[in-house]
Design a protein around this ligand. Structure first.
Ligand code: HEC
Length: 335
């Protein structure tokens, strides 16, 4: 399971936003703010949301959290566990802490791309060239090793069936080209940066915008900022999501409007959707200047079909292993 419910739920607090797709829980420990609009500063604050949301866990009667705590207190096994961990009866605070602690263990890593970074460092160390840059042959080495080790979690995402030298070599070239495009022509690294591929900032891509207008009431980050501290540039801006384990978390974008990674790349290829708040990184300033004041022109990337495929392959190479072992088996905690 992909730790998102793969369905649209209204978020309660921002109910006027209409359908929202659950953000990925994977690696949320590394996210500075939680929810698409960043309204929760911590996982402890985030985990208090769902029990009071009418479309998630709340029947709309009385106080949602009082009811949730009552349900926990009615179960002797929960009473015993809370006593052991917190020394109290089940409380809202304790429940939120426990859920946040669990979410922090839902991690993914060791993808084909991560292993390739390690392989590259080893190679450059041996070659003594000091040129720390990934090459297609690094991906090829890692893919070949994964094939020998029958490491299906890494290979399934990329659709690798078996040992075929020519196919492996071609796939390695494609992933590497995707990486170069991601950090170059396609400009994805303007926002998706670092180990988790997110700048933890908020940007308006015009998701859901039609005919130059955002959907009614789609305030994004602007709506979540406190009165007096609102930044009008963040109307319709949402948090840059990380790009790990994407194959387990479709559909994409805050409204779940894009079903596949191919659709995501097509969306960026046309520069997102025009609207008055489109992020500066998504805009074609030359063409805006030529079109006169107040023109908003999305920057088309001009990707070829092959380049689109390479970008998708690079994102698939970020699918990794899920680290659940320590939760399933506490004896694996380092002593
Ligand atoms: C201007 C910053 C910015 C740039 C440039 C950018 N992204 Fe994004 N990306 C975002 C934000 C913000 C979202 C969420 C937008 C929303 O839902 O409204 C997002 C969403 C995504 C998602 C969906 C992830 C999910 O969990 O739903 C994928 C995949 C993605 N971007 C890939 C890319 C690729 C590939 C590129 C380059 C072609 C790129 N991004 C360029 C900021 C950016």
């Amino acid at each position: 399971m992909g730790f998102t419910d793969q369905s649209m739920v209204s978020t309660g607090i921002n109910g006027n936003l209409g359908g929202m797709s659950s953000p990925s829980v994977y690696n949320s420990a590394f996210s500075l703010a939680q929810f698409w609009d960043g309204r929760a500063a911590s996982l402890e604050a985030q985990s208090q949301g769902p029990p009071q949301n009418p479309s998630e866990m709340f029947d709309g009667k009385g106080n949602a959290w009082d009811a949730a705590v009552e349900r926990l207190r009615a179960k002797p096994e929960y009473v015993a566990m809370f006593k052991e961990v917190f020394g109290t009866m089940p409380t809202r605070d304790g429940a939120a802490k426990a859920m946040a602690a669990y979410e922090r263990t839902v991690l993914t890593g060791n993808s084909i791309h991560d292993r390739t970074e390690v392989a590259m460092r080893k190679r450059v160390g041996e070659e003594e060239t000091g040129k720390f840059e990934v090459l297609a042959k690094d991906y090829e080495k890692v893919l070949s090793e994964a094939i020998v080790a029958k490491d299906s979690s890494a290979l399934e995402a990329l659709g690798v069936k078996g040992a075929d030298k020519a196919a492996t070599s071609e796939l390695a070239r494609s992933i590497n080209n995707g990486r170069i495009l991601f950090n170059g022509k396609a400009r994805c690294n303007g926002c998706h940066v670092g180990d988790s591929f997110s700048d933890s900032q908020f940007h308006n891509l015009g998701v859901g915008a039609k005919a130059g207008k955002l959907p009614e009431g789609m305030l994004g980050r602007f709506g979540a900022q406190p009165t007096g501290q609102k930044n009008p540039e963040l109307v319709g801006a949402f948090k840059t999501p990380h790009l790990r384990q994407l194959l387990a978390t479709a559909p994409y974008m805050h409204d779940g409007s894009l079903k596949t990674l191919e659709e995501v790349v097509d969306f960026y290829d046309k520069g997102g959707n025009a609207n008055p708040f489109l992020d500066v990184r998504m805009r074609d300033y030359a063409s805006e200047k030529a079109s006169g004041p107040k023109a908003i022109k999305p920057l088309a990337l001009g990707l070829t079909p092959f380049e689109k495929k390479d970008l998708v392959n690079f994102m698939k190479a970020l699918n990794g292993e899920v680290a659940e072992a320590i939760v399933v088996d506490p004896s694996k905690f380092a002593k």
